[in-house]
Write a protein that binds this ligand. Structure first.
Ligand SMILES: C[S@@+](CC[C@H](N)C(=O)[O-])C[C@H]1O[C@@H](n2cnc3c(N)ncnc32)[C@H](O)[C@@H]1O
Length: 270
């Protein structure tokens, strides 16, 4: 990562716990994606921006003892949390790479599968990021990405401040030099870089005021709306209005929350 840009979501225990809850809500979506990709026993996999290794652990189960999975992650807190989990469970087919992907010297044509969930939208120069990554994928290997196109999020009943939350979140991504629309650029990137697009599917989740989907969004907005104001992405007045509208909806049994679409993209290296 560019030394001057920041990873906007931050690294701390609260964020780690949010990532764990988030994984419990979206796990079935990622599992279905992996089913369609048909991940094989014995594959060598790389989980880029693995966080505390939640998907890495799921991949480990799929590839079995003859396979190998590597968690690449710049946060020492997240990686050591995952290392500890691997030690307790005596998982021996897991490798760890600490650092930003941009600073890694990855082995050429080593991996059968490279995966990125909720990473590519945050990094500056995502095309360069992928260009650095691709030589480590074997010919015939699969690269798969899950990330948002940050549009379409909404809260019913409409009419309050939250109707404009997508504008604020996109601006938040951009102060870290991320691109909240990057998945729309991936098909062209694949075409230009010898990757055959095999899937491009948007998926969304929705739920009422008692659902785990709204609880997942709650954990994000309760922390990050104030951080958006602290970082001057929005004013304090806007932050207060977003939170007031959100909390009003949380108490309303008629509320339905729709997540932004997450795009599932996969391609094979020719
Ligand atoms: C929103 S979290 C997602 C974690 C995990 N992929 C998941 O699905 O739970 C994004 C992760 O990307 C990592 N990250 C940020 N910049 C990165 C970079 N330049 N190279 C590799 N990982 C990065 C962060 O440290 C963080 O753990």
């Amino acid at each position: 990562m560019n030394k001057n840009s920041e990873y906007i979501l931050g690294i701390n225990q609260t964020e780690l716990e949010r990532l764990e809850f988030q994984h419990s809500v979206w796990k079935k979506v990622t599992d279905n994606f992996f089913d369609r990709i048909k991940i094989q026993k014995g594959w060598k996999c790389l989980d880029v921006g693995a966080g505390p290794g939640l998907v890495t652990a799921d991949l480990r189960q799929r590839i079995g003892d003859t396979g190998e999975v590597t968690a690449l992650e710049p946060s020492e807190l997240y990686l050591s949390n995952f290392k500890e989990k691997c030690k307790i469970n005596n998982w021996t087919n897991v490798k760890f790479l600490l650092g930003n992907m941009e600073d890694m010297n990855l082995e050429k044509e080593h991996y059968d599968f490279i995966f990125l969930r909720w990473v590519i939208d945050f990094v500056p120069s995502p095309e360069n990021f992928l260009l650095k990554l691709l030589p480590s994928l074997k010919k015939g290997g699969v690269i798969a990405i899950q990330d948002y196109v940050y549009e379409g999020i909404f809260l019913y009943p409409k009419g309050g401040a939250f109707d404009n939350i997508d504008i604020a979140v996109r601006a938040y991504w951009r102060i870290g030099e991320g691109d909240p629309h990057f998945p729309v650029k991936i098909p062209k990137f694949f075409k230009n870089n010898n990757i055959e697009l095999t899937e491009y599917t948007p998926v969304g989740l929705a739920g009422d005021s008692e659902s785990n989907v709204i609880e997942w969004a709650h954990k994000f907005f309760m922390t990050h709306i104030q951080l958006m104001a602290d970082k001057k992405v929005i004013s304090q007045i806007e932050a207060d209005a977003f939170l007031e509208d959100w909390l009003k909806h949380r108490d309303n049994p008629d509320t339905i929350f729709f997540s932004p679409p997450m795009v599932e993209v996969s391609g094979v290296k020719l």
